[in-house]
Write a protein that binds this ligand. Structure first.
Ligand SMILES: Nc1ncnc2c1ncn2[C@@H]1O[C@H](COP(=O)(O)OP(=O)(O)O)[C@@H](O)[C@H]1O
Ligand SMILES: [Mg+2]
Length: 475
């Protein structure tokens, strides 16, 4: 802390008397001498000495006032006020003016430093990779935008770094950085809520930042690259297996058509119909596989957009109406008026609703009823408020042991039946991945012989943009 200047000299009387004495002493002594030798009369000497003493006192007062003014000017310069009431003695006046200029320059420098520091903060904030600053006790003191986005669970107030900071690899890296050792990249896998692969580096900050920051943790998200690798491998394996089956069948029919059935018009028509069916199935399979890989690729990015689930359910039922009618089924939709639009990818959520109702049409009872309910769920036991879509059929149901595996890709209770009715075995896998991306859940309840209920639940992140703008209060 700079010491504050005192307002005035400690002892003004002493200063004035001292100045007066300094000015009047020599001429006084001289006059006394001249009077003693009777060169001037005693009276004249006394008058002259008094005049000198008066002049000395006056000068003392002026110096005293100017010093006080200089102090005031310096104080004003210190806090950036314009200079006023400058001293009148030229040397003191120059000192005051120089101090004013110095203060101006210093202020300019300070504001430049502040501007640069502000720019640095904005650069760090806007970096695409997450950055976290920890204090000496490894507590977070700062996160940039990417870090906040990565670690803030949906519908949560703020970021949650618990899992990251407990990670043994990262803890070791942070300890090393605290001891000033060279940073090394460590890979950190966070399992929940969506698995993430991060590469982290902890760098010691010496000297520490003003906010107490001692360690800088940089993270880069490798989830996407890893996912792409894994997906490529899965896709090749699945594509090979699933596409080969209809292809083998097609090749078989082609052989038959060229050979044994070459002359049999009736068999040809029958085989061509089956071939068309197989070809359609292959095409659906490719569509579903591509759709699944697209969803998986963006599974770790937060969904954007606004989804109106009641409208999605209504449109899907309308689109499936011909197939519902063909099975002499009936679809009933009930919508809870409390359901609001939520943040979500409308196309992907449409796929969820479509796959669930499509399954009810495929695996439901001939002439049965499909009940579609869209309802709001209150916050409960750590689960935030949400919106659910449930689809209930009165079909054959699913044996209990299959239920946990239904969302695996290509898993079917009855492969032949699924294939025969045009299934790809990817519908529920798509549902699961879309719900994962939305931090939602799929619940399956089924009773053999009675039917099944599939419920897709989504956290209700309210879609701000769709809320009505508050009306200004009437005057
Ligand atoms: N509503 C349902 N009733 C009975 N079984 C179902 C129902 N929905 C799905 N399943 C079972 O789950 C499997 C996987 O479903 P899905 O992934 O949508 O594939 P697909 O519909 O192409 O067969 C189905 O093959 C079927 O055995
Ligand atoms: Mg399906």
């Amino acid at each position: 802390m700079p010491q504050s200047l005192p307002d005035r000299p400690a002892s003004p009387t002493l200063l004035v008397a001292g100045t007066a004495a300094a000015i009047a002493a020599v001429p006084g002594a001289l006059l006394a001498g001249l009077a003693a030798f009777e060169i001037v009369s005693e009276r004249a000497a006394a008058i002259l000495a008094a005049a000198f003493a008066l002049a000395g006192t006056l000068a003392g007062l002026i110096i005293y006032r100017d010093l006080a003014r200089l102090v005031l000017v310096l104080k004003r310069a210190e806090v950036g006020l314009p200079l006023e009431h400058l001293p009148i003695l030229p040397p003191l006046k120059r000192i005051a003016e120089a101090a004013g200029r110095l203060a101006d320059t210093l202020r300019d420098r300070t504001s430049e430093v502040d501007r640069l520091a502000g720019a640095a903060v904005r650069v760090v904030e806007g970096l695409p990779d997450p950055l976290i600053v920890l204090d000496a006790e490894a507590r977070p003191v700062m996160l940039n935008g990417a870090a906040r986005e990565l670690f803030t669970p949906p519908a949560a107030e703020g970021p949650d770094l618990g899992a990251l900071l407990r990670h043994p690899g990262l803890r070791t890296a942070v300890e090393r950085a605290g001891r000033g050792e060279r940073p090394e990249a460590v890979s950190v896998t966070l399992p929940v809520p969506v698995e993430r692969e991060l590469v982290a580096k902890a760098i010691g900050l010496d000297p520490p930042l003003r906010n107490g920051g001692r360690i800088l943790v940089t993270l880069s998200d490798r989830t996407r690259e890893r996912r792409v690798e894994q997906m490529r491998a899965d896709f090749i394996a699945n594509a090979n297996h699933e596409l080969r089956t209809p292809l083998t069948s097609l090749l078989g029919f082609i052989e038959t058509l060229r050979g044994p059935a070459a002359e049999d018009r009736e068999a040809q028509q029958r085989f061509l119909a089956i071939m068309a069916q197989e070809a359609h199935r292959m095409s659906r399979l490719i569509d579903d596989m591509l759709s699944l890989s697209r969803i998986e690729m963006m599974e770790h990015t937060a969904p954007k957009g606004v989804a109106d689930l009641p409208a999605l359910a209504r449109r899907t039922i309308e689109a499936l109406e011909p197939r519902i009618a063909a099975r002499r089924m009936r679809a009933e939709l009930s919508v809870d008026p409390a359901v609001q639009p939520i943040v979500g990818d409308p196309d992907q959520l449409a796929q969820v609703v479509m796959n669930l109702i499509d399954n009810a049409v495929k695996y439901g009872r001939d002439g049965g009823v499909i009940r579609v309910r869209v309802f709001a769920t209150p916050a409960q036991g750590g689960r935030p408020a949400g919106v659910a879509v449930s689809v209930t059929d009165d079909g054959a149901g699913i044996p209990r042991q299959h239920i946990p595996r239904l969302t695996e890709r290509f898993y079917r209770v009855d492969v032949a039946r699924s294939r025969a009715i045009g299934g790809t075995g990817l519908g529920l896998a798509i549902v699961k991945h879309v719900l994962n991306r939305h931090r939602g859940l799929l619940d399956i309840e089924s009773e053999e012989g009675k039917g099944s209920t599939f419920t897709a639940w989504l956290p209700a992140v309210p879609a701000e943009a769709t809320r009505p703008v508050a009306q200004p209060a009437a005057a």
